[in-house]
Ligand binder design. Structure first.
Ligand code: HEC
Length: 157
């Protein structure tokens, strides 16, 4: 009898001891401690807004530098523009585009007048996108490209 009580007592004492130990370990692990500078920086980066409102007209310094180094690009030649932009549709006749090299395709188009073709090149017409879908092209570059396509189709603008 005495043994049974002793064993039970030992078990209860052990359970209490484990409980206290768990409380102490848990308490220490969760203790608040001040954040380190490195952690604060990481935290601020995580919660930073994706954009900022600028109230000045002055371009930010990085933009100024980028603008200076990206000096006005050389105008692209007609054949460059045709190769890089127009040929995507006009070499195979995608969506019914008049094919480069096909006089039959281009003759009725040119009959509208070069200026009208230029207007449709700049502003687009039906499935032909404005500026061939490349808004960075200047009017001069487009004119050179159109002239090039017409010449390659044995027509003179
Ligand atoms: C995304 C395809 C696509 C690209 C890129 C493209 N074109 Fe076209 N283009 C077309 C299609 C399609 C037509 C025929 C539109 C129609 O008549 O319905 C067309 C028609 C034209 C016409 C005839 C318009 C008319 O009035 O008959 C001209 C001129 C022309 N394109 C010039 C250009 C030039 C110059 C470029 C390059 C800067 C270019 N296109 C790039 C699809 C394209």
């Amino acid at each position: 009898m005495l043994t049974l009580v002793g064993v039970l007592g030992a078990m209860v004492a052990f359970a209490v001891f484990i409980g206290i130990l768990a409380y102490l370990i848990g308490g220490f692990a969760h203790k608040d401690r001040p954040l380190e500078a490195r952690e604060i920086a990481a935290l601020e980066q995580r919660i930073a807004p994706i954009g900022e409102v600028r109230t000045s007209d002055q371009p930010p310094m990085e933009t100024v530098d980028a603008g200076a180094s990206a000096a006005p690009a050389e105008p692209r030649s007609g054949s460059e523009v045709v190769q890089q932009v127009c040929a995507a549709c006009h070499s195979a006749g995608v969506l019914g585009a008049p094919k480069i090299g096909s006089k039959e395709d281009w003759q009725p188009r040119l009959a509208q007048g070069f200026d009208t073709l230029m207007d449709h090149t700049v502003n687009g017409i039906r499935t032909m996108p404005p500026k061939g879908g490349n808004p960075s092209l200047t009017e001069d570059e487009l004119k050179a490209a159109l002239t090039e396509m017409l010449q390659q189709s044995s027509l003179s603008p």
